[in-house]
Design a protein around this ligand. Structure first.
Ligand code: SAM
Length: 254
């Protein structure tokens, strides 16, 4: 999606977007950021800040906060949500963060590296790594392709219980999660004109390594079973997830 498409979503964000900042989501990002040593002296950036869900939290904990997004509609909402004096807003594409090169102690990107072009994904990850000071920390949330496959498997099991045959069950599933929607090799979800990138864990690790990140650790953001986050309510089963990533660049100078 381009900046104009995000502009259109900015006024009704929570109605349309499945967000890790919604209630009932188990999101390890906040505790991780809260626990960073000496954070009150650090500069943190929210890269692809959207309507500013994370900004008040960052503003209370970090010395300086840089909020970046390429959508002016999103930035307008973000400014109205967070008037803290230590937050500075920039309209920039994540594909060019030269302005912040080597300036940040902490870079956060929550479901904002979504470009369907793999070359742009790689470029953005390179740009994010380059914004960090030596020893700097990256914390990100990325849509999970494995979670999509997991949900597909649960749906197939459900349909098997209801259909006359396995063939019929498979047909019903591919109507829902068919090749029209997902490209399972490149991890792309297509809906009308819009395409969004999802990530396999092995792919995410590989791309982050290639961008220069070290100490890469993956965890999960867990979503509740609800109409908004899933096709069916599979309460009682393990939940669907986004990837929560922690990583660093280089070593802190002694
Ligand atoms: C799903 S929203 C997430 C917003 C916010 N991080 C949150 O979790 O509430 C994705 C955001 O990333 C921004 N975005 C996507 N691609 C971008 C790019 N290449 N450069 C700058 N911002 C981008 C969009 O404008 C949108 O505000």
């Amino acid at each position: 999606m381009d900046a104009q498409s995000w502009d259109q979503l900015s006024a009704t964000y929570f109605d349309q977007i499945s967000s890790p900042f919604e209630q009932e989501v188990v999101n390890p990002l906040l505790a991780f950021l809260d626990s960073l040593p000496g954070r009150e002296n650090l500069t943190a950036a929210d890269l692809g800040c959207g309507i500013g869900n994370l900004l008040p939290f960052l503003a209370e904990r970090f010395r300086k906060v840089v909020a970046v997004d390429f959508s002016s509609g999103m930035l307008r909402q973000a400014r109205s949500r967070c008037a803290a004096e230590n937050v500075v807003f920039y309209r920039r594409s994540l594909a060019n963060l030269v302005h912040f090169r080597g300036q940040l102690d902490v870079a956060v990107a929550v479901n904002s590296v979504l470009s369907p072009k793999l070359s742009e994904v790689d470029q953005i990850l390179n740009e994010i790594a380059a914004t960090l000071k030596p020893g700097g920390t990256f914390a990100g949330i990325f849509p999970s392709m494995e979670s999509v496959l997991y949900e597909g498997m649960l749906i197939l099991e459900k349909e098997r219980g209801e259909a006359q045959s396995e063939e019929e069950a498979r047909k019903r599933v591919s109507k829902l999660i068919g090749p029209r929607h997902y490209d399972f090799i490149s991890g792309l979800y297509t809906e009308g004109e819009d395409q969004q990138k999802f990530y396999y864990s092995f792919e995410l690790r590989m791309r982050l390594q290639a961008a220069g990140f070290k100490n890469i650790q993956l965890g999960k953001v867990l979503y509740p079973w609800s109409e908004k986050h899933s096709w069916f309510d599979f309460s009682g089963q393990p939940r669907m997830w986004d990837w929560f990533v922690r990583a660093s660049v280089g070593r802190k100078p002694d």
